[in-house]
Design a binder for this molecule. Structure first.
Ligand code: BGC
Length: 355
């Protein structure tokens, strides 16, 4: 009798273990996370945070980085669909290039969350989780307005502009946000763009690449500022482009604390925060990737459970096929005065990482 009971318990335990195994690793709760590249720090953090938080919520995660290649991203997404992922979280390399592969997702009823960057011209996108991209730009513009004291100083001040990849829908939001603040001062003549390069396409940076930013600024500096003409500010949309500007300034012999311009940025990448501490970058927008990951996990969870995810914007992000319901997290700016509180006290970085 006792032996029978024991074997019954054993069998029941095995069956339970089998079911538990199915629940944890079966295709029923698998989530594909497609990130654009490992070369920029933020996407590694985004990927790590998402994987950690999704696994903690009980999901199986297939996390892939696409090495900045659209082709690679498309084939990774295809694999995710074919291997039974039920939800895809995608930070696209090129917003416009995923329409075809996402048709397959739609056919298999795989739901898609656009992560950080909107996926364009596809009706397969269920939600968009991001930071308020326009606000990122306005905060950069306002920072420069206040730091240069544009409303009361006589000026004029020289400024140059640089933004991101034209295939990234965010880049225009960042740029427009900043320019809506700065344009009135340019019109008034208080801000002068000596290079004359002011329209989006001219100031865009292919692939957001530091070297492309540096090449453009090497040319701008040598044509306009090599004779000692002061450059007061550079509106850079993010940290990788700000780094290119910084490299060009160093190469041209500019010195922090002397003839160094105010430079904006975004992401609080470690190298850029170090530049901030060294007086080479005035500010960076802080977008806490832990918050964005948490919001995205809520969306995944709602989809998996057949409910509606919380959104706070249903009018801004039209991807060409309609408005995508979005959750916009709030960006904040970091500078030399508040970076410790924002980045170290919140355990985003350790003090050592910034040394
Ligand atoms: C992101 C930025 C990032 C940039 C380059 C944008 O889509 O929102 O945070 O700096 O891509 O990777």
């Amino acid at each position: 009798m006792k032996r029978k009971l024991l074997s019954l318990i054993l069998v029941l335990t095995m069956v339970a273990a089998l079911f538990a195994g199915c629940g944890a690793s079966g295709s029923g709760n698998k989530v594909g996370v497609s990130m654009p590249t490992k070369t920029l720090q933020r996407w590694n953090q985004d990927g790590d945070n998402m994987k950690k938080q999704l696994e903690a919520a009980g999901y199986t995660v297939d996390l892939q980085y696409a090495d900045d290649s659209v082709e690679t991203q498309v084939s990774q997404i295809e694999n995710m669909i074919n291997s039974g992922c039920k939800v895809l979280v995608i930070a696209s390399i090129e917003g416009d290039s995923l329409g075809t592969v996402l048709e397959q997702a739609k056919e298999k009823d795989v739901k898609v969350i656009a992560y950080d960057r909107l996926i364009m011209n596809s009706d397969a996108v269920t939600y968009y989780a991001t930071f308020d991209n326009y606000m990122v730009g306005t905060k950069q513009g306002e920072y420069l307005r206040d730091a240069l004291n544009l409303d009361s100083a006589a000026g004029p001040f020289n400024i140059e502009l640089i933004t991101g990849d034209p295939g990234d829908n965010n880049a225009r939001f960042f740029f427009n946000g900043a320019m809506d603040v700065l344009n009135p001062y340019i019109k008034e003549g208080k801000l002068v763009v000596k290079s004359g390069q002011v329209d989006f396409d001219t100031v865009a940076t292919q692939g957001w690449k530091t070297e492309n930013a540096q090449n453009r600024f090497d040319a701008i500096i040598s044509a306009n500022y090599a004779d000692g003409t002061p450059l007061h500010a550079v509106m850079a949309s993010n940290d990788s482009t700000a780094m290119g500007v910084t490299n060009a300034l160093v190469a041209a012999g500019f010195t922090p604390g002397d003839n160094w311009p105010l430079i904006t940025g975004q992401d609080c990448d470690i190298a850029n925060v170090k530049n901030m501490i060294a007086g080479k970058q005035a500010m960076s927008i802080f977008k806490d990737t832990r918050t964005l990951a948490a919001k995205t996990v809520e969306m995944v969870d709602a989809i998996m459970k057949g409910g509606n995810a919380p959104v706070n914007d249903t009018k801004t992000y039209d991807n060409g096929k309609g408005i995508v319901p979005s959750y916009l997290c709030e960006p904040v700016f970091a500078d030399i005065n508040n970076y410790k509180e924002l980045l170290i006290d919140s355990n985003y970085y350790t003090e050592d990482q910034l040394k």
